[in-house]
Design a protein. Structure first.
Length: 233
C-alpha cells in the first residue's frame, strides 16, 4: 500500500535509477489509497507500466528499463469531503470543487483501469451483520481454475491477449457485436477501452467456466466502464 507521494515520486529517481515502488510491485498489487490526493504528474507515471508492464527511465548517466507488471488497486472518495451521494450526511463541496477533485484523474489513466466500481456507504445494521457471500478460499479456487483454463486455451493470461489472439479468443456473436458497438458509441470508448472490455468479458466467462463469451458476460464488463464516464464529466 502506498500512502506517501514521495514513495512513487522518487520511485525511480537519481542519476543511477533503481527500482522503486512501481517495480517492487511487479507480479503483485500496488494499492493507492485516496488516489486523487496524489499529484496528477505522479499518477501519470502509471500510464506506461499499466500499458506495457515496463517502465523506462532516462537519466544523464544512463537509461534503464525495469519490469512493472502489477495489479493496480486504487480507492477514492466521490468528492473532497467524501459525502457526495450519501443519504445520511450532507455534502458541502461546490460543483467546482468536485470537478477539480475528479479532474486529477486524467481520461487516459482511467482508460487503463479495467474495472471501476462505486461502493456506497453501508448502514450500521449491515456492519453489524455476519459476513455474507463466498469465502476467500472459494474464490481462490475459482480464479485458479480460470487462470488454468486461459493457459490451456491460449498459453497466456487474458490480460496479455493482443492482435490475432484477441480476435480469436474474444470473438463475439452477432448480438454481442451489436451490444459492444452501442456501448462504444454511448460511452465513447477508445480503442484501448474497447479491447479492455473484451478481455474483462473473456475473464468473466472463464470464471463461469464458459467457452464462448455470452451477452451477460459482455454486459457485465461494459458496466465496469460506466464510472469512468461519470468521473470525466
Amino acid at each position: 500500500m502506498v500512502h506517501s507521494v514521495a514513495l512513487i515520486g522518487r520511485s525511480h529517481s537519481g542519476s543511477h535509477p533503481r527500482p522503486g515502488e512501481i517495480s517492487l510491485a511487479h507480479h503483485g498489487i500496488l494499492f493507492l489509497d485516496e488516489m486523487p490526493e496524489f499529484p496528477r504528474a505522479v499518477l501519470e507515471v502509471l500510464r506506461e507500466p499499466l500499458e506495457s508492464g515496463e517502465i523506462h527511465i532516462a537519466r544523464a548517466a544512463r537509461r534503464a528499463t525495469f519490469p512493472a507488471r502489477f495489479q493496480l488497486v486504487a480507492a477514492m472518495n466521490p468528492c473532497p469531503c467524501g459525502h457526495l451521494g450519501d443519504p445520511q450526511q450532507i455534502c458541502r463541496c461546490t460543483p467546482a470543487q468536485v470537478s477539480q477533485y475528479r479532474s486529477r484523474l486524467s481520461g487516459p489513466l482511467l482508460d487503463r483501469i479495467d474495472i471501476q466500481m462505486e461502493v456506497p456507504a453501508l448502514p450500521v445494521s449491515a456492519l453489524q451483520e455476519a459476513a455474507q457471500g463466498e469465502s476467500s478460499a472459494y474464490w481462490r479456487e475459482r480464479i485458479a481454475q480460470a487462470v488454468d483454463r486461459q493457459r490451456q486455451r491460449q498459453r497466456v493470461r487474458n490480460a496479455q491477449l493482443q492482435g490475432e489472439l484477441l480476435d480469436q479468443f474474444c470473438a463475439l456473436d452477432t448480438v454481442g457485436i451489436r451490444l459492444l458497438s452501442r456501448a462504444t458509441e454511448t460511452l465513447h470508448l477508445s480503442a484501448r477501452g474497447y479491447h479492455r472490455v473484451l478481455r474483462v468479458a473473456r475473464s468473466i466467462a472463464d470464471l463461469e467456466g464458459s467457452d464462448p463469451i455470452g451477452t451477460q458476460h459482455l454486459a457485465e464488463a461494459i458496466q465496469y466502464r460506466r464510472l469512468a464516464q461519470t468521473l470525466a464529466q
